[in-house]
Ligand binder design. Structure first.
Ligand SMILES: Cc1noc(C)c1CN(C)Cc1cc2n(n1)CCN(c1cc(N)ncn1)C2
Length: 393
């Protein structure tokens, strides 16, 4: 067993024999730093580490720059905002798709369609994709509320939306589409953002793009900032506080039917009194108009001179010269205002125009579609307790 003196002597001997040792006789030492030339400097990442270290929410743009968070433009397909289309890249092939919070299938026009049905469309060619993996025996078949639909086969690939990229995403290849999709040449498919429980792929349902991306996002949310007759955005992973005013009102979502379904608290027309009424509704970016109970529709068009239900048009029309009142829809205690101007959807016949508010009769629930959503900043919160957030803008 060595005594302390022997150890100290041995250490001193060792140290004194090491040429130019940085350790002096009493054990002080200094370390010469060596630059890690392998480290690629990344300012945003360094900046972000400061927020992450102290668990502070980082600025929206920094979050987008340093994570899988993303933002993509949503452009009106026509002069009436019939649908909003967003560029989506599938292994480098970019197609404009309709983002639809009312369905859960990501499907695309493809080279597997009859060539006549491909005319005018941008189609996805899986044989040109190096990351394409076919799912043998998998099929899909979807029918939408307006009777349109499509069907086909399935594979997986790398899918990128703005700055959000995922691998192994189910991409549904159309081998058949209904005529309304063939003629809608700006629309090359849909990207479903409802809950994956209503995905139509058999034998095993597939995840939506959002469900695939969720774990890689700063927060498990996406937002919709659709606009009246102008491009808006969908953001994934962060809430951009520059896109809304005032406070966000959150409301619980019932996911049993696979939709972003909630209970509205009532309505008012123009400067009229607010009528409290529970309205079972879904937030649906894939539906163009607002479909609400007859009581709401009647109350609304009663305030529009010359308005009437026109069976030849299948809905309420009014003189295009009419000044339309705002429609207020209650979300909890928040009164969401839909400007009257948004409710003049499109010319119908002669000098009559077709209303953006119509009856939900026969649907089974109300649909707060694009005419409503474009008046709000909407947060689709996919956390363990899903909820919707609404704010004015
Ligand atoms: C043209 C045109 N412009 O705007 C649209 C829409 C079209 C129709 N277009 C010809 C074809 C078409 C049909 C549908 N879409 N696109 C979108 C998905 N559809 C939904 C989604 C949903 N959540 N709920 C009900 N239907 C039906």
């Amino acid at each position: 067993m060595y005594g302390l003196a022997q150890i100290a002597l041995a250490l001193a001997t060792l140290l004194s024999t090491t040429a130019a040792s940085p350790i002096d006789s009493i054990g002080n030492f200094s370390v010469v730093q060596k630059l890690n030339t392998q480290f690629v400097r990344n300012g945003p990442a360094a900046y972000a580490r400061g927020f992450k270290k102290y668990n502070k929410p980082m600025p929206h743009d920094l979050a987008v720059a340093t994570s899988n968070d993303g933002s993509v433009n949503a452009s009106p397909e026509d002069a009436y905002d019939s649908e909003y289309l967003c560029p989506v890249s599938i292994d480098g092939q970019t197609l404009d798709l309709d983002f639809d919070t009312g369905s859960a299938d990501l499907w695309v026009f493809s080279t597997s369609l009859p060539s006549s049905e491909q005319n005018g469309h941008t189609v996805f060619n899986p044989s040109k994709s190096k990351n394409w993996k076919a799912l043998s025996g998998y099929k899909w078949n979807i029918t939408y509320g307006d009777g349109s639909g499509a069907s086909g086969t399935v594979g997986t690939d790398v899918v990128t939306v703005g700055g959000t990229s995922v691998s192994g995403q189910a991409v549904e290849i159309a081998t058949q589409v209904s005529s309304s999709f063939v003629s809608d040449t700006a629309n090359n498919g849909l990207l479903g953002l409802a809950f994956s429980s209503i995905n139509t792929v058999t034998p095993n349902a597939q995840n939506t793009f959002f469900d695939t991306a969720k774990s890689s996002l700063s927060s498990p949310i996406f937002t919709a900032d659709l606009k009246y007759h102008a491009p808006g955005t969908y953001d994934f992973g962060t809430i951009d506080s520059s896109k809304y005013t005032g406070t966000i009102t959150y409301i619980d979502v019932d996911t049993d039917n696979g939709f972003w379904e909630f209970t509205g608290s009532g309505y008012a027309v123009g400067s009229g009194s607010f009528i409290s009424s529970s309205i079972d509704a879904i937030a649906d970016t894939g539906t163009t108009l607002i479909y609400v109970p007859d009581a709401v529709v009647t109350a609304y068009y009663k305030q529009v001179s010359g308005a009437s239900y026109d069976s030849s048009q299948g809905g309420y029309t009014f003189p295009c010269s009419a000044t339309l009142p705002n429609l207020i829809l209650g979300i909890g205690s928040y009164h969401a205002v839909v400007p009257g101007q948004y409710i003049n959807y499109t010319p119908a016949s002669g000098s009559k125009c077709f209303g953006g508010v119509q009856s939900d009769s026969g649907i089974g629930f109300s649909i707060y579609g694009d005419v409503f959503l474009k008046s709000q900043f909407v947060i689709f919160d996919g956390s363990s307790t899903p909820r919707l957030g609404f704010a004015a803008k």
